[in-house]
Design a protein around this ligand. Structure first.
Ligand code: ATP
Ligand code: MG
Ligand code: FE
Length: 342
């Protein structure tokens, strides 16, 4: 079966073609395109919803056309369209879902709504094999930070999540306090390489709590006070900014790593997937591999380009749903808020 994936939930417009064999489970990514709107939104210091919708609208039709043309495909070869139906920005989701529905209607192709976070959490399967069930996924992105127990396709339970800000949001907001451009995660990661994480002391929120939840808004506030107490950002030289970046990265990563390992042990699921934009963080990956090896936990990571938003993961999730015959509602709509655990 050939799947056409469409993603437009936030600030990336993405399209992909995935070929999957329902009976054997084998599949491969044929082609994909991602157009990031980051430069447009960077001027505003964050994503502007109305601007995002317009950009998706302008980008989607030519992207699908060139994706199909470059891969040498015509619409009569597409068996299934898969589109992100939520969660995300309402306007942005409406552009993607309306476009997918129109394509489906014109070319007589069924359209499957996909949960954006299901896409993220199955992403390691795009380039490699999915781990054996059950496994734990640390979903860590700009809008989400959660630990999900995966017992099968469509069988997800949230065992821990953030009570306030997401880890990616904490990276982004802390970066802003340091005067760094949006998105802050990659900037902090880059500067942290030259920084000394021990120069500034930051808290490890929720680490001592006997549960699997997170809280990152206090960490951002702690960064604000640490900067203030050290004389304000104007007194920071390049080294001080790198040192603070290293301290921020180290605090966020330590909490994520320790809680993820704890989840695997507690849930008796010695396989861990890390997905979402923050999973691209190298220090997080290294620390997780190190600690997981000590606890005999397998770590599965998507290719870095499939950690951030993409449509390959949406097409792939549709393939897995089709393969396992997971129920898809006949009537559905874009849902800006949509729980993964349904
Ligand atoms: P969601 O998936 O929750 O709707 P989103 O789609 O905006 O949110 P992603 O695109 O998956 O999130 O990830 C973007 C986030 O990842 C941003 O917060 C960004 O700062 C962060 N990020 C990206 N690369 C890195 C990195 N190397 N280190 C730390 N954070 C990173
Ligand atoms: Mg994004
Ligand atoms: Fe995402």
């Amino acid at each position: 079966m050939i799947f056409l994936g469409i993603e437009s939930s936030c600030d990336e417009t993405a399209v992909a073609l995935y070929e999957g064999d329902i009976s054997s489970g084998d599949g491969k990514l044929i082609a994909e395109q991602v157009a990031s709107q980051i430069e447009t939104h960077a001027r505003f210091g964050g994503v502007v919803p109305e601007v995002a919708s317009r950009e998706h609208l302008a980008a989607l039709p030519p992207m699908v056309e060139s994706l199909m043309q470059d891969a040498g495909f015509t619409f009569d070869q597409i068996d299934q369209i898969a589109v992100t139906a939520g969660p995300g920005l309402m306007g942005a989701l409406l552009v993607g879902t309306s476009y997918a529905r129109a394509l489906g209607m014109v070319h007589h192709i069924p359209v499957m709504p996909i949960h954006h976070m299901e896409g993220h959490l199955l992403a390691p399967g795009i380039d490699k094999l999915l781990p054996e069930f059950p496994f734990i996924t640390l979903l860590v992105s700009g809008g989400h930070t959660m630990l999900v127990r995966v017992d099968g396709i469509g069988s997800y339970s949230i065992v821990g999540q953030t009570l306030d800000d997401a880890a990616g949001e904490c990276f982004d907001k802390s970066a802003r306090l340091l005067g760094l451009p949006y998105p802050g995660g990659p900037e902090i990661a880059r500067l942290a390489q030259q920084g000394d994480a021990k120069r500034f002391t930051l808290p490890r929120p929720m680490l001592q709590k006997d549960n699997l939840h997170f809280s990152f808004s206090g960490l951002k506030t702690a960064v604000m006070y640490a900067v203030k107490n050290a004389g304000g950002i104007d007194s920071f030289d390049a080294q001080a900014i790198s040192d603070m970046a290293a301290a921020i990265e180290s605090a966020i990563c330590e909490v994520l790593v320790k809680k993820s390992i704890k989840a695997c042990i507690q849930e008796d699921a010695p396989r861990l997937v890390i997905a979402g934009g923050v999973a691209a963080n190298r220090s997080l990956r290294e620390q997780l591999f190190e600690m997981a090896a000590r606890k005999q936990i397998e770590v599965h990571l998507p290719d870095p380009k499939h950690c951030t938003d993409n449509a390959a993961m949406i097409a792939y999730a549709a393939f897995q749903r089709a393969r396992f015959g997971v129920h898809i509602p006949d009537v559905w709509d874009a849902q800006p808020r949509w729980s993964l655990a349904l």
